[in-house]
Every structure is written in structure tokens, then in C-alpha cells.
Design a protein around this ligand. Structure first.
Ligand code: V47
Length: 354
């Protein structure tokens, strides 16, 4: 244990077995190691952005067992927004100071490819100053398969339509056995990586998520991080790692034991240590709860996502995030927790120290 602590303090890279053994450390040793890394890089800065989540449709061809948002089985209320509705939403958000729209849809086979792509070009035409973060690798895979295009072609169309960066969704857990049990038939792990690699090769940035706290084991989380670290060594295109805590309501994954806060914080800290080449670690308050996200700042996290305004995917599964977070409250929560709220743009350039 002591030699591993020394290694981490020296900034040396940990291997799979070492990373897994970090779960045996006590919480505060682990927290202090991760916090050292966070403070060396970012001091007491905690980043956030003023953003809006939009989920244009919940009609989905795929059946992920953890998902409560898709209207395929448990949720009978199907919807598909018109472009006019989406533009009105963006206009209202832009008037409130939103600088990024985060657009993630279900895999709707009825709309046609241009319905997806025109959302972005119309937003960019009307609101060129808004950063469009859109289409998870799972959606890219769906559009390519459904409409007979290569990933390269879909990605070129995204760029042409005005997508600025890609969100990190669809990663779930990369281990193939676990993945088969929770979301069989969706984008495979290799495909997820291929899509992000192609995106990075165009000089673009993306994020990476990990859905944890369901049926996976600690070793699967470490494997997930290692695979991300490997691609990041090649491309350097990931901005942020985002561990998403599994939400339990209204879905088909029969999970009996839920994670303790301690296990969530350990996972945050371990990801800060393992992912030495991804600059930011996001504590996504939507899935961790706001309190745990604030505490995560002391366990390696330097980013708290944003104000969001409306959240549908996790709130469908029980998260208390449907109406986002008022800006003033967000800023004062960060300040009161002892950190400096830094409003950032989507690529982490600093806009304002609040
Ligand atoms: O991939 C679905 C997750 C993701 C549940 O890039 C669930 O900045 C917990 O992409 N419990 C989509 N999570 C969300 C996403 C995202 C979110 C925040 C920030 C960013 C970013 C990207 O939502 C899916 C899936 O892993 N999800 N159901 C659930 N029951």
C-alpha cells in the first residue's frame, strides 16, 4: 500500500491490479490522493456551464434495461418534438443566458436521418453563438445502421450540420459480458471507441461516461477506465470523464443492492487517479445528488456539469433533476462548499469567475 501511495504521489501511472486495489484503501487516504491531483491541476476552481438539455424524442428502437426514458415499454407516453418546438426552446434558453445545448435523443426509426441532422443546422443558423453538444456514439451507431451510412459519413454530416462536440453517453460499461446483460443490441464497446476515435481525428472533442452501481463489479469499472485511458493516449480528444450513478426507478434492471456514498466517492477518486490523461472529472449532480457532487470536489472532481434547465433521462428513473438548477443557487452551493465557481464554455475555456 505504501509503495502504491508513493507511486501515485510521484505522478506515476497505475496499472489494472494497482487500480483495483485502490478500492481497499480507506476513503480518506484515497480522497487525499485524488484531491492532490485535482488541486495540482485546478486548485480550488470548480467548473460549470450554463446549459440546457434537450431530448427531442423518446421513441426508441433499442431496449436498454436500465433506461426509464425510452417509450418502448414501461413509458407509454411517446413524444417527438418538431424542429419549431426545439428552436423555441433554444431561443428561450439563449435569452436566459444558456451557452450550450446538450441534445441526446432516443433511437427513433420513424423520423428519417435529416430530422436528426436538421435540428443542429437549424439551431446553428438561428443561434450561431450556441455550442451544440449532440449525438452520443449510440445515436451515431443507430443512424449509421438505420440509414446505411459509414460512421465516417455520419460524422462528416454532423460536422457539416454544426455539431460542435459529442456527449459521453452510450458508454455504459465496456465489459462485454455485463454490457450484454444490460443493453444487448446497442452500440458495442469497440464501436463506441471507433466512433469517438473518428470524431477526435477531426480535431473535435468529446466526453466519456460510465454507468455504474448496477450489476457491474469493481473490476469492470477499472477495465472501463483503462480502455478510455488507452484511447486518450492516442487521440487526446476526451475532455471529461463522467461517472453516472445508476438510478433505480421505472426500469427493467432488477438491482437489489445499491451503492453506498462511500463506494461512489471511492470510484470518483479512483477515476481521478487512473485517468491521468483526461483533464476533467465531472461530478454529475443529477445522478450523484447535489450533496454528493459537492463532496466529490474533495475526491477529485473539478466539474459539476451545469444548470441544465430540464432533465428527462435520469429524472424518469428517479433522479431529482427534472427542472435543472437555478444559476444563483448553483453558484452559492459551490461557494459555500469552499470552492471557486468558474463558469466555463463547453471546451473548458474560462468565461467568468463568479
Ligand atoms: O448513456 C440512462 C445514462 C446516459 C440511466 O457528455 C442512466 O457532458 C443512470 O450522455 N441511471 C445519457 N444513468 C446521458 C449522457 C450525459 C449526461 C451528462 C453529461 C454528459 C456529457 C452526457 O444516461 C446514457 C446512460 O448511461 N442513463 N438511464 C439510469 N437509470
Amino acid at each position: 500500500m505504501n509503495s502504491l501511495i508513493k507511486k501515485i504521489k510521484n505522478g506515476e501511472r497505475v496499472n489494472f491490479d494497482e487500480a483495483l486495489s485502490l478500492y481497499d484503501f480507506d476513503l480518506f487516504t484515497l480522497g487525499s490522493l485524488a484531491n492532490d491531483i485535482r488541486e495540482q491541476r485546478w486548485g480550488k476552481k470548480s467548473f460549470f456551464n450554463i446549459n440546457r438539455h434537450i431530448n427531442p424524442t423518446n421513441v426508441c428502437k433499442d431496449i436498454c434495461k436500465f433506461c426509464a426514458f425510452s417509450a418502448s415499454r414501461k413509458n407509454p407516453n411517446q413524444y417527438t418534438m418538431t424542429h419549431e418546438e426545439i428552436l423555441k426552446t433554444v431561443e428561450a434558453s439563449s435569452n436566459r443566458g444558456v451557452k450550450e445545448v446538450h441534445i441526446v435523443s432516443a433511437h427513433n426509426p420513424k423520423t428519417g436521418l435529416s430530422w436528426y441532422l436538421d435540428i443542429f443546422s437549424k439551431i446553428k443558423t438561428a443561434f450561431p453563438h450556441i455550442h451544440v453538444k449532440a449525438l452520443t456514439a449510440a445515436e451515431v451507431n443507430f443512424l449509421a445502421t438505420e440509414y446505411g451510412h459509414s460512421y465516417d459519413e455520419i460524422i462528416d454530416m454532423m460536422v457539416e450540420s454544426g455539431v460542435d462536440s459529442m456527449p459521453g453517453g452510450g458508454a455504459e460499461i465496456f465489459d462485454e459480458e455485463v454490457r450484454d446483460k444490460i443493453c444487448k443490441g446497442k452500440v458495442t464497446s469497440d464501436e463506441w471507441f471507433e466512433i469517438h476515435k473518428l470524431w477526435h481525428e477531426r480535431g473535435r472533442h468529446s466526453n466519456a461516461t460510465m454507468l455504474f452501481g448496477h450489476i457491474e463489479e469493481q473490476k469492470h469499472r477499472i477495465d472501463h477506465m483503462m480502455r478510455l485511458r488507452d484511447l486518450q493516449d492516442i487521440t487526446g480528444g476526451f475532455n471529461t470523464f463522467i461517472p453516472l450513478v445508476y438510478q433505480r426507478d421505472n426500469n427493467f434492471l432488477n438491482v437489489k443492492d445499491f451503492l453506498s456514498s462511500q463506494e461512489i466517492l471511492k470510484t470518483m477518486a479512483i477515476s481521478r487517479i487512473v485517468l491521468d490523461n483526461i483533464p476533467h472529472l465531472k461530478a454529475y449532480w443529477v445522478t450523484s445528488t447535489v450533496n454528493l457532487a459537492l463532496i466529490s470536489q474533495e475526491f477529485g472532481a473539478d466539474d459539476l456539469d451545469g444548470t441544465i434547465e430540464r432533465e428527462s433521462i435520469n429524472s424518469a428513473a428517479g433522479a431529482k433533476s427534472a427542472s435543472g438548477m437555478p444559476l444563483e443557487e448553483f453558484v452559492s452551493l459551490i461557494k459555500n462548499s469552499g470552492y471557486q465557481p468558474i463558469e466555463r464554455d463547453s471546451l473548458y475555456y474560462e468565461i467568468k469567475a463568479w
